[in-house]
Design a protein around this ligand. Structure first.
Ligand code: 13P
Ligand code: SF4
Length: 304
């Protein structure tokens, strides 16, 4: 097995050779986050994919994120280091079922969470992420919104608007397993801690949160808050940056089991393999790409 320093040196030299940039989601393994040029939430990563002048984007995340980068920047080579890094929630909505619901509500706008396939994005009016979902819904003229695929996020958004939100039965298995009892127990163990939760959590969990935020929202909040202790209701990979960027503060995960297996399959070895062999290239058929891009561009134009 290669020594970690050798792997990192090799990654850095191949990065320079290919004019590549490494983007990593906040849930990635600590060592992968540490070699990335930019680590962020889904919205921040999409913005970086547009703004970078690199020729190659190595996307350390899951497939829909790399797909979004390929949709937004077709002139760049987008690599997903692990081809099986998918998102189970994204697979919970399909084009035919969505079309049935669109026919049932012909006047509704369709908002899709970025955790969805390019085909689904192509069928939607606008995308959103956990960071801008409320602003996106408020930006629309329509009074009825079909919101796919995350039921928890859709329900959360519905509390901030008078619009009728038609939710889908999708969920993130990682976030959905956290329960109100876990929060009550954690608050008993850490009575001075604030509870920061991601909107993919169940309503019963979000009802107990001090703040509901995207992953980068949690990072920003923890940094600027006067509080010294936080219970974190999202995938546990976020604790790496939280602890690193706030050495004087304490962070507790809500449950040791809040791990997304798909986010953890990318390793330093797979990043190295991606750069050595230029794999796995993510592309989207042009017709789908153009339609999906409209929904992503419309989202990126909404003020945060
Ligand atoms: P954000 O980082 O955008 O909050 O997304 C969370 C997530 O589940 C990505 O898969
Ligand atoms: Fe999908 Fe949930 Fe994993 Fe995010 S944390 S990639 S929503 S399964």
């Amino acid at each position: 097995m290669q020594d970690m320093k050798d792997i990192i040196d090799r990654i850095n030299s191949l990065k320079a050779e290919h004019n590549a940039v490494i983007l990593a989601h906040n849930y990635q393994r600590p060592e992968v986050q540490d070699i990335a040029d930019f680590t962020g939430d889904s919205l921040g990563l999409s913005q970086q994919a547009v703004e970078t002048d690199a020729d190659v984007i190595v996307f350390c995340g899951v497939d829909f994120m790399a797909e979004s980068a390929a949709i937004l920047s077709p002139e760049k080579t987008v690599l997903l280091p692990e081809k099986d890094a998918g998102c189970p929630m994204a697979e919970m909505v399909d084009v035919i079922s969505l079309d049935d619901v669109k026919q049932e509500y012909p006047d509704a706008a369709v908002v899709c969470y970025v955790n969805s396939s390019a085909e689904i994005k192509a069928q939607c009016d606008i995308c959103c992420t956990s960071a801008n979902a409320i602003d996106v819904v408020r930006s629309l003229e329509e009074d009825e919104i079909i919101f796919v695929p995350d039921k928890n996020l859709g329900t959360y958004v519905s509390h901030f608007t008078n619009k009728k939100i038609i939710t889908w039965e999708g969920f993130c298995p990682t976030h959905h397993q956290m329960r109100a009892d876990d929060v009550i127990k954690a608050k008993e163990e850490h009575p001075d801690a604030l509870f920061l939760a991601h909107p993919e959590c169940r309503t019963e969990v979000l009802d107990l949160a001090d703040e509901v935020l995207s992953t980068t929202g949690i990072l920003n909040y923890a940094k600027s808050s006067d509080a010294k202790e936080f219970i974190i209701g999202t995938e546990n990979g976020l604790l790496h940056r939280l602890s690193k960027e706030n050495p004087d503060k304490k962070f507790y995960y809500l449950s040791e089991f809040t791990i997304c297996p798909n986010m953890k399959i990318t390793t330093l070895e797979s990043v190295l393999n991606a750069l050595e062999n230029m794999e796995y290239v993510i592309t989207v058929p042009e017709e789908t790409r153009l339609k999906a891009k409209e929904a992503l561009d419309r989202m990126l134009a909404v003020k945060r």
